[in-house]
Design a protein around this ligand. Structure first.
Ligand SMILES: NC(=O)c1ccc[n+]([C@@H]2O[C@H](COP(=O)([O-])OP(=O)(O)OC[C@H]3O[C@@H](n4cnc5c(N)ncnc54)[C@H](O)[C@@H]3O)[C@@H](O)[C@H]2O)c1
Length: 353
């Protein structure tokens, strides 16, 4: 590998442009060698912008190259399993966008392919790569919070639904899969990765049926006017609770559209016997000398997309296990699956094995 990881990006849409391409390009130990998009003109434009030599519109052709060490998958969710497994089987390491897949079964097959081919599979759950999240996790590991028994997180937008494939059930859309995955993964990690047992959830599609206004974050086909909006088939709001084997619970509220005060809100709180913690910004709530103190830990979160790419390259070059690895992705998907099952059946759902 000569100390340099040769990288191909599959999917040249919004997240590839906003996060992966610039960060791989800027990394001194990475080289962007190939790009693929089914919209070939988009791939060609990207190749020119980033000085990428090889351009494809069929990922299978790209994977035949034996001079590629790693691929970054920034495709609609329904393609994650298919393309990641093909890439792992062709001997490439994989950085795959979130959510890991449409469901835990797909994520499990991806993890198995990673293991059987001895190739890394890392998920782009970039909230864990923020500096404030890392400090929060260190505080938890150092026992500053005591026993953690409750978490709650909310990520609510007044009107902020991505359309196009994000609104399609088959493609793996929905507010819980899109945004919920980040917050639930982060909260679970900050709670110390307790074993999830069951979930109780409810999902709603209400405003989308009457007042569908596109949010700022749209897939490339919608932005470029290539595809008209399809049917809105997924949930705009998911709420509920996850129970863990150690007795802890995590409650969540995730919405692309909800008639809240203001434009949007995002918060994550973790509660322990010795202190509580909030993100972002990172704050600690504990008693100091008999006073109920609030400590704001002023820390720059940094660029989590950059930190994520750096971690991926470091894991490949140094043979390390990624922080957001394949099997954690399976567990996260088991939680999301159980939430959807519970919402469908209107009762608490046990997690699948
Ligand atoms: N981590 C984050 O903050 C973040 C933000 C947005 C999106 N995402 C995730 O990134 C992934 C992509 O989302 P996006 O917003 O960039 O979507 P997008 O639609 O803008 O980009 C996807 C690209 O894949 C291309 N494509 C589709 N089918 C293909 C195929 N068979 N072969 C090759 N190319 C194909 C499309 O033409 C498009 O350019 C999704 O999993 C999404 O959840 C993550």
């Amino acid at each position: 590998m000569d100390g340099k990881v040769r990288v191909a990006v599959i999917g040249a849409g919004q997240i590839a442009q906003a996060a992966h391409l610039p960060n791989f390009k800027a990394h001194s130990n990475a080289e962007l060698v190939a790009i693929c998009d089914i919209v070939k003109e988009r791939a060609q434009r990207t190749a020119i912008a980033y000085g990428i030599e090889h351009v494809y519109d069929d990922y299978r052709e790209l994977l035949k190259r034996d001079d590629i060490d790693a691929v970054c998958i920034s495709l609609p969710t329904n393609l994650h399993a298919e393309v990641a497994i093909a890439a792992l089987n062709s001997g490439k390491h994989v950085l795959c966008e979130k959510p890991p897949a449409r469901n835990a079964k797909e994520a499990q097959r991806m993890a198995e392919a990673s293991e059987s081919n001895s190739r890394l599979l890392m998920y782009a759950l970039q909230w864990r790569y923020r500096a404030d999240s890392k400090l929060a996790r260190k505080l938890v590991e150092d026992g500053e919070l005591g026993e953690i028994y409750y978490g709650r997180t909310a990520c609510l937008r007044r009107r902020g639904a991505p359309l196009g494939w994000f609104a399609s059930k088959e493609a793996g859309g929905g507010a819980l899969l899109d945004v919920g995955v980040h917050l639930i993964d982060l909260a679970w990690w900050l709670m110390g990765n307790p074993e999830p047992m069951s979930a109780s959830g409810a999902t709603y599609t209400k405003i989308a049926l009457e007042d569908l206004r596109p949010g700022g974050w749209q897939p490339a086909d919608v932005k470029e006017g290539i595809k008209l909006y399809g049917e809105f088939e997924v949930e705009e709001l998911a709420t509920g609770m996850i129970r863990f084997a150690n007795g802890a619970t995590l409650s969540f509220e995730i919405a692309w559209m909800l008639n809240i005060k203001g434009e949007s809100t995002l918060s994550l709180d973790i509660y322990g016997t010795r202190a509580g913690m909030h993100l972002p910004p990172l704050e600690l709530y504990r008693d100091i000398g008999g006073y109920a103190a609030t400590e704001t830990l002023g820390i720059d979160p940094g660029n989590p997309y950059k930190a994520e790419v750096e971690h991926f390259i470091e894991c490949i070059l140094e043979g390390k296990k990624p922080l957001t690895d394949a099997w954690q992705g399976v567990t996260v998907m088991r939680m999301l699956d159980a939430i959807y099952r519970s919402a469908r059946d209107c009762r608490e759902a046990k997690l699948s094995k």
